[in-house]
Design a protein around this ligand. Structure first.
Ligand code: PDD
Length: 286
């Protein structure tokens, strides 16, 4: 089955799918995106992802590329045409194509790209059984990371530094020593008393959709979540640490800057959140 990508109204063979050189996403990172998990043929938490897309678009005064209901159909169609049962769907909306000028172009339609790709669930399970390593890096991003823009260069550099150090994620750390979030995930710990702790999402991090759904999963398991900052030292001394995102769900962190978290093995709380996630999350048939 050939890979198919949606570009501005057309379903194209993936190798032929391209955007114009003067797309403002390409020239100014003037665009936003969403990544949804696809599991067992369902698009997970699509409503929340599209609510967040709406917020990102409004914050940047970019209009919707099409009616929301139509966008839902196209997302599901791209998943279907690619035969993705497990994997992810990526959608990107930019301000559109216009001669390069910093000011917003007048009367230009936003550009929309949607791709879908398969992922092997067995690989994810294996990664969760082993846990991942993180490094910490100083926060060096702008202060509107609550908007899910395609301007991700600091995240790229941080994650590349993590790879060079033999780790899989980098945590941005604020000047006050508290952990903000990962390069492409939110950060959590489980305290010695069994409380889940994650930073409040009002400012300075992306309000992760997986994070939001995990609040409900935690409640269903009788777990309490505290929204507050935590330091790197607190994370190293925690009972468990983990990250959350649409691509990792809840993924154990077993090492921070080379120091083991607890006994250096995935904890039971994160694994129970992971196991219960799909039961609680919204499932939209592709
Ligand atoms: N990233 N924080 C950042 C900086 C992220 O890029 C992401 C997601 C998250 C978690 O958000 P969610 O739970 O909605 O996926 C937090 C996606 C997966 C990516 O860029 O590939």
């Amino acid at each position: 089955m050939p890979r198919i990508t949606y570009v501005n109204g057309r379903y194209l063979r993936h190798p032929d799918a391209s955007v114009h050189v003067e797309d403002r996403g390409y020239q100014f990172a003037d665009g936003v995106y969403e990544v949804c998990e696809v599991k067992q043929g369902f698009v997970v938490d699509m409503t929340r992802h599209l609510d967040r897309l709406d917020r990102s678009l409004r914050e940047l005064s970019i209009s919707w590329p099409m009616h929301r209901k139509a966008l839902e159909l196209v997302i599901r169609e791209v998943v279907r045409r690619n035969g993705v049962r497990n994997g992810l769907v990526y959608l990107q909306v930019t301000r559109g194509v216009a001669p390069r000028d910093f000011l917003f172009p007048q009367a230009v339609a936003p550009a929309l790209v949607i791709t879908a790709r398969k992922a092997d669930p067995a690989q994810a399970t294996k990664r969760a059984e082993a846990g991942i390593k993180v490094i910490t890096v100083p926060e060096n991003r702008w202060d509107r990371v609550d908007i899910k823009t395609v301007g991700l260069l600091p995240n790229v550099l941080a994650k590349q530094a993590a790879k060079a150090a033999g780790a899989q994620e980098a945590w941005f750390v604020d000047v006050d020593g508290t952990v903000k979030e990962g390069g492409s995930s939110n950060a959590w710990i489980v305290t010695r008393d069994g409380y889940l702790v994650t930073r409040p999402a009002e400012h300075g991090i992306l309000r992760g959709i997986t994070r939001t759904t995990l609040f409900e999963v935690a409640a269903s398991l009788g777990l309490t979540v505290e929204e507050r900052g935590f330091t790197v030292a607190e994370a190293k001394a925690a009972r468990e640490a983990f990250i959350s995102s649409a691509t990792t769900i809840a993924m154990p962190v077993v090492e921070i800057d080379g120091a083991p978290v607890a006994n250096g093995h995935p904890g039971s709380v994160v694994l129970s959140l992971r196991a219960a996630f799909f039961d609680i999350a919204e499932k939209c048939q592709a």
